[in-house]
Every structure is written in structure tokens, then in C-alpha cells.
Design a protein around this ligand. Sequence first.
Ligand code: LMR
Length: 328
Amino acid sequence: GCLLLWITGCQRNVIDQQQVTKDERIVIKFSHVVAENSPKGLAAERFASLVRRRTGGYVEVQVYPNSELYKDGEEFDALKNGAIEMIAPATSKLSAMIPEWQLFDLPYAFNNLENIPHFVNGPVGQMLLARLEEHSMLGLAVWHNGFKQMTNSSHPLQRPEDYRGLEFRIMPFSNTLKYQFEVLGAVAYPLAFSDVHAALETGGVDGEENTISNIFTQRFDQVQKYLTISDHGYLGYIVIVNKEFWEGLPEGIRKILEEALAEVTLWEREKAAEVNAQQLAALEREGEIKIHYLNAEEQKALEEALAPVYEMLAEDIGTELVDLMRNS
Ligand code: LMR
């Protein structure tokens, strides 16, 4: 009883944990597009169970994975109109609303994943997060997936010229990702994540870029012949809530949720690295897809071939922000 009184700040005499009825509960619907055994899927579940435990079931985080409830392109509206309360889209997907989020899509912008939380806490990251509020959203945390790799079916992608004439799926709707394939002489098509497997299977597109965990958990390895370990771009998420909903929560509850999220965020970063490494080992073992690790020289060639993307984004959002990314 005391726990609930304390967390809700509620004036009622006693609420026993057992008496939390359906009507009293606070339900947070958390919708995402990836598998349950992906870094984001695991972190969402962990957040839900920490919150359940720490609020005695008063707050229930319901996780909807695999685009079960909403797919790319639908989840922002659902969040804004209050149909759901929480999402964790890839940063690239925020760029349809706020083009500056494409900074995270710049090829080889981050030398290692550890730099990203610092970047998010710095002035540019804070500015980008603040801009979400214009869209009734609050960005609460950054969760990693990892670096993206390339997959395709026609031939191994080793040199920049190997991309010429191929068609790749990209995340909706980042121009930077489009430029990235265009400078290689390829064509890019934005497609919702839930449609990628079918597009690869039917040959609607030749290839795609993604982290190992997405390639593995979506079984892209069964519909693609080649995987190139290129580590050419970052895939990470912003955990976002509906601003009005969040600010309307009792303060004690909000504090518990924020602490749980901070803990899960640290856990998720370790877990993401672990999951990607394990799943790469599984792909190696299963051998459905042929894996090529770019050597240092091949990676340098790709990085150089992709360098013009910085100028292209600078034309869209200004040189000042883009210049900051060259050495982050
Ligand atoms: C993708 O669309 O490829 C990814 O953003 C999916 C995800 O959320 O990791």
C-alpha cells in the first residue's frame, strides 16, 4: 500500500497492490518494428518488466514488436494522436519531420559507438531532441543497434564500383541514405521495415543495408546471397514518448519510469554489442549467406567513394552542422 501511495502521491487512504484494477492502471503502449530478440526488442521487454516490478503493476508497459500494431510511417501519427505512448524509431526515420536528424546517417561519421551518447548529450544532440517537442514528442534516451552492413544477391560487394546499377532498400525517408547509394551509382528505394523481407525475396530490390541483428532476426540471410561487413553507418534509436502524456504522469511515477529507462539504456548498449556479435557468429555457422569482411583498403575506398554525401547533406541542412560530423 505504502509504495503505491508514495509513487502516485495519491490522496486516497490505502491502495493495496492487489487492488490495482484495470481502470486504475496506467497503460503505456510501446510499439516497435523489430523482432523480440533484437537489441531494441529485448530492451523494450526489460523496461516493461522493471516498470511492472517497481510500480507493483500500477504501470503496465505493453510492448508490441514486429510492426504488429503500427509500421514505419504510421507510428509517429499513432504516437501524436495518443493511440500509443512510446516508440523507439531509428534516427533516420525522424528526418522526415526534422531533416537535421540525418546527421546520424552520414557514412563513417562515428568511429565507435561510445561517441554517440556524448554526441547526443552535446549541443547538437540536445538541439535535435528539443526539436522533437515541436511535434508533441519527447526524446528520452538513445538506444544503439550498431553499425550497418550491406547485403545483396547478385555478386559480392567489395569495391565501390560493385554497387553500380543495383537497387537497394533504404529506411524511409532519409535523403542522406538515398545519396549514399546514388554516389555509388545505385538506386535507393525507401520501404517500411516490415516490407523488406518480401522485397528481397521477390527481387523487388537487389539489396539493403542493416545491422547484423536485423539481418539475422528478419532472416534476410535466407533471401540474400552476400553480406559485406562494411560498418559504414550507424543504426540507433531514440526512445520517444507522447509529450503531453508524459508530462501528465504523477511526478513519482515519472521518476520511477525515468530511472528504469536510464538503467535499461545502459544495459541495452552492452546487450546490442553482444547480440550483434552472437548473431554474426550464428550467420557464420549457418553459412546461408556468404560473408565478406572489407579489409582496411577496401573500407577506405568505400569511405572515399561515400565522402560526397557530406556535401549533398550540407546543401540541404547547411555546412555548419555537417562539418561537425566529419570527426566525431
Ligand atoms: C530499418 O528500418 O531497417 C530499421 O530501422 C529497423 C529498426 O528499427 O531497427
